[in-house]
Design a protein around this ligand. Structure first.
Ligand code: ZN
Length: 327
């Protein structure tokens, strides 16, 4: 095996036993399961980082970025003092070029697995939950960057969701790091969630973000220049050459004001299916027809995020966010 992503795609089901893929004086690369690779420096670092992608299988740009980095570790072209867990979340969905096979993997964390019937995604969720649990050590500084691309266009191309309240304790150096990754908006979510980033934040106290890097495209169709800054900053972060910037002028901050759940098959939005994320609505403008009553914007500058009529009944069909300055 000399290509971890290819091997993962060739072994989309779980493997029987973890194994050491590469062993040097400086580091080990340990395969814990298909799509799960630990980089362990010989000098154990107090900083533990999870870099995940392909929680949705067709989100290829982050897969390409992390695969390039993994290969550079294998060929010893990059080094790190950090203890890193690389995750390619949904190998079967990568292979069929779909967001998921049976159900949305990014709704199966933080306790949401309980009572679910078994399918490929629930099996993968369990594998990832176990791997995260054995990776994170007590007392370490924990970080998790879960990389995605979005189904639709976006008024703000790169943005992040932070599963935490907006308060005085916000780590501005983290926001500056996101800004250097190319992120232009951070959405604070102080509600409960069942996403992977919420899971690592809630259960392990990790500083975690879901990061949207642009629009979904098939392998080979991502424009390199759209992701260059992200990959460069990520590589600097990994190899220790990254210098924190303190300028937050480029980054907008938002809070979630409403979640629109799908109540009936007949749910309709007042805007077209091609309307981009962050499309803005004025106070009292109609946003959605649901069967329990219409949803009307409560304030000017209400913006929609991730509208999706095709989710299952009971699942989230859209978020409403509004801009809010840091305290
Ligand atoms: Zn995604």
């Amino acid at each position: 095996m000399d290509n971890f992503l290819k091997w993962t795609q060739d072994n989309e089901q779980s493997i029987e036993k973890s194994f050491v893929w590469k062993d040097t004086d400086q580091f080990q690369l340990i395969v814990h399961d298909t799509g799960v690779l630990e980089y362990k420096p010989r000098t154990v670092s107090n900083e533990q980082v999870i870099l995940s992608c392909a929680i949705h299988g067709n989100e290829t740009a982050p897969i390409e970025i992390l695969s390039n980095i993994v290969q550079d570790f294998y060929y010893e072209k990059i080094k790190s003092q950090k203890h890193i867990l690389f995750i390619f979340g949904n190998p079967r969905a990568i292979n069929i070029e779909k967001r998921f096979c049976e159900e949305n993997l990014n709704r199966l964390f933080a306790g949401a697995l309980e009572g679910k019937s078994s399918n490929y995604e629930t099996q993968r969720a369990q594998v990832l939950i176990n791997c995260v649990e054995s990776f994170f050590k007590e007392g370490s500084r924990k970080f998790h960057y879960d990389l995605h691309t979005a189904i639709r266009d976006s008024e703000i191309e790169k943005f992040a969701i932070f599963p935490s309240a907006m308060d005085k304790n916000v780590d501005k150096s983290q926001l500056a790091f996101l800004s250097d990754l190319g992120v232009r908006a951070v959405i604070f979510n102080d509600g409960e969630a069942t996403t992977f980033s919420y899971h690592s934040a809630k259960l392990f106290g990790a500083t975690s973000y879901t990061i949207e890097l642009g629009k979904v495209r098939p392998f080979g169709e991502n424009k390199k220049e759209d992701f260059e800054q992200t990959e460069l900053t990520l590589r600097q972060y990994i190899d220790g050459t990254y210098k924190h910037h303190t300028d937050l002028d480029n980054i907008e901050t938002y809070i979630i004001t409403d979640l629109i759940d799908k109540r009936a098959e007949s749910i309709e939005f007042s805007f077209s299916d091609t309307a981009p994320n962050f499309t803005s609505f004025d106070k009292e403008q109609l946003i959605c027809f649901n069967n329990d009553g219409d949803f009307i914007a409560k304030e000017d500058g209400s913006k929609i995020l991730f509208p999706n009529r095709k989710v299952r009944i009971g699942e989230r069909a859209a978020l409403i966010v509004v801009a809010k300055d840091l305290p």
